[in-house]
Design a protein around this ligand. Structure first.
Ligand code: ADP
Length: 472
């Protein structure tokens, strides 16, 4: 036989060889099958873990918020009908990813330097880590009175920890660690250790003699949009964006702070409470009582912040929900079925009587008139952010690419930013007179307000053809 060796294969050898070959192939096949199965199992386990995490978050959010009475403060645990005797039964724990148990360090490792903010709703101080000399901000976890009366848990604070722990972005304040005081059984003895940031935008705006330059406004807005893009792309809604929650360090870097109202959202959006966002920054869909909302509520607040950074005055300082809505419609026009399809179905819109004639002009022209120094691109962006229809607002990522930022003057580089004297570094800040988010002690009056008197013709006449409101 050609090709056979000197040790010519016998027929027997050939059979044996074929058998070995077959066995080898079989082994190979089994190995491949096993590997495929293992990979399938791995993928299945990963998908299951993701699904479980998502459904936990969704279930938690739906259970916690769907049936909440609208006039009360935010409740993060399900409501119990009846005697309210033992509410702890219903407590759901927030889940933290276990990365191994590490005991919290003591707050004694820090020396307090000065109070930054001490008010009815919270305490923040500048402090120094004794070992390293590093300066930090210590924020005491707040005990939400209503929550704690029922459950003893500061869930707002726990959520703030959970979300800050998950965030890593240059425009979001960094949580360094969580420390505890001596009596760990008391919630007020849990502190967040945050990177120290010298200023908050609200104080700067109040104190600066001249407004920000256009290049500085652009830099601040780009940084804000960048942080908000990160949040929204990680399924986080901040739900309390306002100038006092935006910090600015001495190197011109803006950091979004105060995640006490923030939370994860699922897709499709779960029902969430509409009692969020400080009134002056609250989107019209929330004022109209929407049950479902998403990232556009933060973009509305970004629009309010944009205007405030330009003028150093809050844009829509409503005295109550009706006044807030009146101010919004004065600036942005009356919604129509074309400009905001479906708005009439929102709970509080049903009782709203809107003028059919002589309605104010559309958003664009009123905004251009109020901000005459803003370029066409700038007022287009501002008008877009302040669209009554949430779907018409740009996303944070779209905002980053807006023509406004490409035109001269270009955004100022952070390093070129002016510096300001730091109140936080030296002395106690006076409390801002900005209202708080509803969960922060402001009696949320939604549901107690009747919108039916708004914009009636008679009221309009009394106010010289302007807008009007009536609380019932
Ligand atoms: P609250 O939940 O009580 O509103 P915030 O997180 O908004 O608490 O903090 C209140 C104030 O404390 C802020 O407006 C800011 O002035 C100051 N502050 C908060 N975090 C820091 C920080 N990391 N560095 C410096 N000041 C801070």
């Amino acid at each position: 036989m050609t090709g056979n060796s000197r040790w010519a294969n016998t027929e027997e050898d050939a059979v044996l060889e074929a058998k070995l070959k077959k066995e080898k192939e079989e082994k190979k096949r089994l190995k491949a099958e096993k590997a495929a199965k293992a990979e399938q199992e791995r993928q299945h386990a990963a998908a299951e873990a993701v699904r479980q995490r998502e459904s936990q978050v969704l279930q938690q959010q739906e259970e916690e918020e769907s049936d909440r009475p609208s006039v009360k403060r935010r409740r993060l645990t399900p409501e119990r009908e009846g005697d309210g005797a033992d509410d702890t039964e219903n407590v759901k724990l927030l889940r933290f990813e276990a990365t191994g148990w590490v005991p919290s360090r003591s707050v004694e490792k820090y020396d307090k330097l000065n109070d930054i903010e001490e008010g009815a709703y919270g305490w923040v101080a500048r402090a120094k880590e004794i070992k390293t000399g590093k300066v930090v901000a210590l924020k005491r976890l707040k005990l939400d009175h209503d929550e704690s009366m029922r459950t003893g848990l500061p869930e707002t604070g726990l959520r703030e920890i959970q979300i800050l722990k998950d965030c890593s972005h240059k425009n979001i304040v960094k949580l360094q660690e969580v420390v505890v005081g001596e009596d760990t059984s008391r919630i007020e003895n849990i502190f967040l250790v945050l990177e120290f940031v010298e200023h908050d935008l609200k104080s700067i705006l109040e104190d600066m003699p001249e407004p920000f330059l256009a290049s500085e406004v652009k830099s601040l807005l780009l940084q804000l949009a960048s942080g908000v893009t990160y949040l929204h792309e990680h399924w986080i809604l901040h739900r309390d964006l306002k100038t006092s929650n935006l910090l600015l360090n001495n190197r011109g870097r803006l950091k979004i702070a105060d995640f006490g109202m923030a939370r994860y959202v699922g897709d499709p959006a779960p029902k969430l409470t509409q009692l969020v966002v400080t009134l002056w920054y609250r989107a019209p869909e929330l004022l109209l009582g929407t049950k479902t909302y998403g990232a556009p509520i933060d973009m509305w607040s970004v629009g309010c912040i944009f205007a405030e950074v330009l003028t150093r005055e809050p844009l829509l300082p409503g005295k109550n929900e009706v006044d807030a809505l009146t101010k919004i419609f004065e600036l942005c026009g009356i919604p129509t079925d074309e400009s905001w399809p479906g708005f009439r179905r929102l709970p509080n819109a049903r009782t709203l009587r809107l003028p059919s004639k002589n309605a104010p002009a559309s958003t664009g022209s009123a905004i251009r008139a109020r901000f005459p120094l803003l370029t066409a691109a700038g007022s287009a962006l501002l008008s877009g952010l302040l669209s009554l229809n949430p779907d018409a607002r740009p996303t944070a990522r779209e905002m980053l690419q807006h023509a406004y930022f490409l035109q001269d003057p270009k955004p100022k580089h952070e390093a070129m930013f002016p510096t300001f004297p730091s109140k936080a570094g030296q002395e106690r800040r006076r409390r801002h007179d900005t209202p708080n988010a509803p969960g922060r002690g402001q009696a949320a009056a939604l549901g107690a307000v009747d919108f039916s008197g708004i914009f009636t013709g008679r009221d309009k006449e009394e106010r010289g053809g302007g807008f009007s409101l009536r609380m019932v």
